[in-house]
Write a protein that binds this ligand. Structure first.
Ligand SMILES: Nc1nc2c(c(=O)[nH]1)N[C@H]1C(S)=C(S)[C@@H](COP(=O)(O)OP(=O)(O)OC[C@H]3O[C@@H](n4cnc5c(=O)[nH]c(N)nc54)[C@H](O)[C@@H]3O)O[C@H]1N2
Ligand SMILES: Nc1nc2c(c(=O)[nH]1)N[C@H]1C(S)=C(S)[C@@H](COP(=O)(O)OP(=O)(O)OC[C@H]3O[C@@H](n4cnc5c(=O)[nH]c(N)nc54)[C@H](O)[C@@H]3O)O[C@H]1N2
Ligand code: SF4
Ligand SMILES: [Mo]
Length: 721
């Protein structure tokens, strides 16, 4: 921090999304005067998006809770920390004593991943809870990516990152980085990076049921029927075999299953999938030839290709495409990172590298992955009576009523719980059901390091940010709250009381010390050597703009998991191909339309809508509908329509636009702030409607159990008639 005229400058990472932009915050005293992009951040180069100023809004938000509250019949009552923590621990222990450990479930939401201390202590807390009923936002998001990484490369975090700064051909499948700022591809300033691909003679092709903001920057855009990407990918792979274009090159000696893939791709020639996907056979051949022919090519397949019925097959086949064309682990292709704090090498060979289907959920028999169950099963685990029923829930940094499929059913189930506690600073659609809410500090009051996003970045970088503000007296960080409850569990349950050694270790090994040790003894660390120019936390703390550690480098087969081989045809994926083949002959949509999602630059899932400057202006929670469908249904632009699905119904304004494919409608998620009893004044005044009152908890990617949000069958009718 520097001082001039009483004005201080603070440099840190914006933690809101995966782009990890550097921001410069100007302050006078404790007043934030401005938030700008930090031009000295070597990675983000001064770029920010409109959400960065939302950091100030959330920090200053009068609706943000600063002390624990208890729900009473007379409203929310302020209580002390010790009383709150004690009650939460006591209720957990009592319910577990009566009904078994699995009767208390845990849900960790997305912001957990944006705080290294919450992430580290969340994992410790989950173990202390001793419950198999663990859930997180992973299974409404990127679970299929982890499953594919585990089954193909031997570690759930070995996610290949599109090397977009060097690629000559980028195929974007079900992602809209211009709005989302990139995901599982940390790439701040994405617009310039995409434009640079074309400026150097490369090509970008976007495949999406909506002509997105990213499509506007591309050479070509193809509409695709929601949920049919695996067919497209198989057809491209078919062409590679058919035309003798497979060339794994350097990877060949450690790849298993190429012949099996040729056999699996045989029933999917382009002509066979053209009708189902909506993409002409000739176009599919061109895509395959271009991808194989480019000097370096990468496929970026994200939310649209993981939150759908064939999410696992999509993530598998995208990596198959990379391997067969020699683009995995090649500059300009899809590469692995080498971060300074390396979650992969730290856990390689342990159960944290991954495990799958060791047990199944009680009601529907959905498989666990990495110790978690799919959240699409959470409501039924709570509202289905019987042995093992979930009777209490702890949520931390999550809003599953708005973010998981069939939020209405989940909401009803929350109302029937014996106990619920939430670690969150808002009283929102989920936390209003809690008996106790424990509010953590906000990001500006804590230090920051991206354990996860440096692992997913298109360059190797490292950056540590100091807290901007001292946490006000009497407040606690997420990690302290999680730690405090875990410790208190031991007070109420002697069997959980840690030994003295464990207690000392837990007290000493704070998240910050874990971070410091991980950096010092990580692959780029200084180790014990005081003269080394390797990394350590104190050196990073003196580099507030972060440091660039260079482009991604080839690292296979060394970085692969046990066995050091790439499995191109893992059993669980192969077994699902038959289900995919049925999609070729299955019924089309009939009279219904197919619902998909979208993101807006000014939203951040469900929780930034209480910032006036992010919600002002035109209504963004609109249902995009193609003019042909609108005409047929008598729906005029701007009118209110009723949208129905098996799960429920909502009313929302229609926006007639040929940017969506005929037969497809698009609605953003994270809205629906009109539930009674929430305390977010601005969000409630810009309520919108929740897409997840329409999405279906029974629609899943059957291999992983991940929610299938894309392609939900809905009917739309004008409310004017
Ligand atoms: N501004 C903003 N940024 C965000 C977020 C936010 O809420 N707002 N959320 C953050 C989070 S948590 C995540 S995970 C990332 C996600 O980042 P992205 O994956 O880039 O997410 P989206 O912008 O939703 O883009 C998904 C695209 O998939 C398309 N699509 C839908 N169904 C299908 C399909 O079946 N096939 C194909 N090919 N395409 C389909 C949609 O039309 C949409 O354009 O964004 C992060 N960044
Ligand atoms: N239909 C549909 N549904 C979707 C998606 C979609 O594309 N379509 N996208 C999915 C995706 S990718 C994701 S990641 C999920 C997100 O799902 P969730 O993680 O369940 O929901 P968020 O909206 O991110 O809510 C975050 C919550 O954490 C709180 N919070 C913010 N910062 C902190 C903090 O530092 N500490 C604590 N303790 N709390 C904090 C906020 O107040 C809010 O209540 O939504 C998913 N749902
Ligand atoms: S793109 Fe926006 S929200 Fe994401 S890190 Fe950068 S400034 Fe923050
Ligand atoms: Mo996400």
């Amino acid at each position: 921090m520097s001082a001039e005229d009483g004005i201080r400058h603070h440099y840190r990472t914006c933690h809101l999304c995966e782009a990890i932009c550097g921001v410069e915050i100007r302050l006078r005293g404790n007043e934030i005067l401005s938030i700008r992009g930090d031009p000295a951040d070597p990675f983000s180069r001064g770029h920010i998006c409109p959400k960065a100023v939302g950091l100030k809004d959330v920090h200053e938000d009068p609706d943000r809770l600063r002390h624990p509250v208890r729900r009473t019949t007379g409203g929310w009552q302020r209580i002390g920390w010790d009383e709150a923590i004690d009650e939460v621990a006591r209720r957990i222990v009592a319910i577990q004593a009566q009904h078994g450990h699995d009767a208390v479930a845990l849900y960790l939401g997305n912001p957990t991943v944006h705080s290294y201390s919450a992430l580290l202590s969340g994992a410790v807390f989950a173990r202390a809870l001793h419950s198999r009923n663990r859930f997180s936002a992973t299974s409404v998001d990127q679970l299929p990516h982890h499953l594919a990484a585990w089954l193909m490369f031997g570690h759930q975090l070995l996610l290949p990152i599109p090397d977009i700064d060097r690629t000559g051909y980028l195929l974007v499948l079900g992602a809209n980085p211009v709005a989302s700022n990139g995901s599982l591809m940390t790439a701040p300033d994405i617009v310039h990076r995409l434009k640079a691909i074309r400026a150097r003679g490369g090509r970008i092709v976007v495949v999406d049921p909506r002509r997105s903001e990213t499509a506007a920057l591309a050479d070509r855009h193809h509409f695709i029927r929601p949920g049919t990407d695996a067919l497209l990918l198989f057809a491209m792979i078919h062409v590679l075999f058919d035309e003798g274009r497979t060339a794994p090159g350097r990877l060949q000696p450690f790849v298993d299953g190429i012949n099996e893939l040729e056999r699996l791709a045989a029933p999917f020639p382009p002509a066979a999938v053209a009708e189902a996907t909506g993409i002409a056979a000739a176009e599919i051949r061109t895509l395959a030839r271009e991808f194989a022919g480019a000097a370096a090519a990468a496929c970026h397949g994200r939310v649209g290709t993981s939150t759908q019925g064939f999410g696992s097959l999509c993530q598998w086949l995208i990596q198959v495409l990379h391997v067969l064309t020699g683009n995995l682990d090649r500059p300009g292709g899809a590469m692995f990172t080498a971060p300074a704090f390396d979650l992969v090498s730290r856990t390689q060979g342990t159960s944290q590298a991954g495990h799958y289907d060791r047990r199944r959920t009680r009601v529907r028999g959905l498989p666990e992955f990495g110790g978690e169950f799919p959240v699409a099963a959470l409501a039924e685990e709570m509202d289905t009576p019987g042995k093992g029923q979930v009777r209490a829930l702890i949520t931390s940094a999550g809003n599953p009523v708005l973010s998981t499929p069939n939020g209405t059913r989940l909401e009803r189930a929350l109302g029937g719980l014996e106990f619920m506690a939430s670690i969150d600073f808002y009283i929102n659609e989920t936390t209003r059901h809690a008996n106790i809410i424990l509010p953590p500090t906000f990001a500006l009051e804590r230090d920051h390091y991206d354990l996860v996003f440096h692992l997913l970045a298109i360059r190797n970088t490292a950056k540590y940010s100091l807290p901007l503000f001292e946490p006000p007296p009497g407040t606690r960080h997420d990690w302290q709250i999680l730690d405090d409850i875990a410790t208190r569990l031991g007070v109420h349950d002697p069997k959980r009381r840690p030994g003295i050694g464990e207690r000392l270790r837990a007290r000493w090994l704070t998240p910050r010390r874990t971070l410091a040790l991980g950096l010092r003894f990580g692959p780029r660390g200084a180790g014990w050597n005081p003269l080394s120019n390797g990394l350590c936390l104190s050196r990073l703390a003196r580099l507030p703009h972060g440091i660039d550690l260079g482009p991604l480098e080839s690292c296979l087969p060394a970085r692969l998991g046990a066995g050091k081989r790439i499995q191109l045809a893992p059993g669980p994926f192969v077994a699902d191909v038959e289900r995919l083949a049925r999609q070729l002959s299955g019924p089309r949509t009939g009279p219904s339309l197919q619902l998909i999602g979208r993101r807006d630059l000014r939203s951040n899932n469900s929780w930034m809508h209480n910032s006036h400057r992010l919600v002002k202006g035109p209504n963004r929670c609109t249902l995009l509908i193609h003019p042909t469908d609108a005409l047929q249904l008598g729906v005029a632009d701007g009118t209110l329509v009723r949208v129905r699905s098996r799960a429920g119904a909502i009313a929302v304004a229609a926006e007639v636009s040929d940017a969506v494919m005929p037969g497809v409608v698009s609605l953003p998620h994270g809205w629906g702030h009109d539930r009674p009893g929430t305390q977010q004044a601005i969000a409630s005044a810009h309520a919108g409607a929740s897409i997840n009152d329409l999405t279906d908890e029974l629609a899943i990617d059957t291999v992983s159990g991940n929610a299938a949000f894309s392609g939900v069958a809905v009917t739309v009718e004008s409310t004017a008639t």
